[in-house]
Design a binder for this molecule. Structure first.
Ligand code: ATP
Ligand code: MG
Length: 305
């Protein structure tokens, strides 16, 4: 089975400034996305995420490199027909209602009249906007707009969907709603390529990620392999002891009321703390082992660049 997306040695520069000097933005990107996976394209602002996506969609042209989508050359009609796209800052026609908006796009995609109604209804259901079908988009919240944008990106029943910062600017609930839609797309067998600088969301839903910094991929792979499972430290909250009894055993210690908060890196010291609490008839309120997160990894990598 061909990869859903394969990018080989992609280079893109822009001419900028008064002298129109060439500035290298993408410096040889290599990427492979498998079919049916959620792939996270992760990087700080200005790293080149949107530029990569624009190249993939044929909106701008790279100087060098090869792109294949679903085994086809990316500019071929057979590849384009199977692509869905949600841009970074989508523009919406304010005065259209949600269903009029989808109706408009179904005409652009030449969706047959007899199928159109069902398609629009099922998409509104998927993005949980069926109750707002007749509401004008200018009355939509940012989260609702992002969801109607997702519905639009899915109208042509794409096999691969490109989402540029789909979670940007959303509150935690809005982010959860979009994450749920994205995972349901994977359940249907679609491939999802999404860019983001919100690490937590990527961490929650992506099967594999690539990290781009300054136009170069600095790491990629399965999340499990990038993030070590090793426990960095353990957070303990306890009561019934005095701070002095614990000072030697913990790197960082704070208290609030009768609760004492500890950060312990050394496992043998953790053991000692637990024994001490037991012998003093104190109480452990929580004990949380902290493992490395994608955020730690990202900060580490960007720092060493
Ligand atoms: N049309 C253009 N002309 C000149 N420079 C551009 C153009 N488009 C993008 N750039 C520059 O290319 C770099 C990468 O931009 P890009 O939009 O791809 O970043 P990004 O990773 O998507 O960032 P963000 O997280 O902010 O969306 C930036 O320095 C940007 O200023
Ligand atoms: Mg961008």
């Amino acid at each position: 089975m061909a990869e859903a997306l394969k990018i080989t040695d992609l280079h893109k520069s822009f001419k900028t400034g008064f002298l129109l000097k060439k500035k290298k933005i993408l410096k040889g990107i290599h990427l492979e996305v498998k079919q049916g996976e959620i792939f996270g394209y992760l990087g700080p602002n200005g790293a080149g995420k949107t530029t990569t996506i624009k190249c993939l969609l044929g909106l701008i042209f790279p100087e060098k490199g090869e792109i294949r989508i679903l085994g086809q050359p990316y500019l071929s009609l057979s590849a384009k027909e199977r692509i869905g796209f949600l841009p970074e800052n989508p523009y919406f026609y304010d005065y259209l209602t949600a269903s009029e908006f989808l109706e408009f796009y179904s005409q652009l995609f030449f969706i047959k009249k007899d199928k159109k109604e069902d398609k629009i209804q099922s998409l509104l259901r998927l993005v949980r906007l069926e109750k707002s079908a007749h509401l004008q988009l200018r009355k939509f919240s940012r989260g609702m707009l992002q969801r109607i944008g997702m519905a639009q990106a899915l109208l042509n029943e794409p096999s691969i969907v490109f989402l540029d910062e789909p979670l940007g600017g959303l509150d935690p609930l809005g982010r959860k709603e979009i994450r749920d839609i994205i995972t349901s797309l994977r359940d249907e067998g679609k491939t999802v390529f999404l860019s983001s600088h919100i690490l937590q969301d990527i961490e929650m839903i992506c099967d594999r990620v690539a990290i781009i910094v300054n136009g170069e991929i600095i790491n990629s792979g399965r999340l499990k392999d990038l993030i070590s499972e090793k426990i960095n430290f353990t957070e303990v909250i306890l009561s019934g002891l005095k701070e002095e009894q614990l000072r030697e055993l913990s790197e960082s210690l704070a208290s609030s009321g009768d609760r004492i908060f500890l950060k312990i890196t050394d496992e043998s010291k953790l053991e000692e703390v637990l024994q001490l609490v037991h012998s003093q008839k104190g109480k452990i309120h929580s004990l949380i082992p902290r493992t490395e997160t994608l955020e730690d990894l990202f900060v580490e990598m960007v720092k060493t660049q």
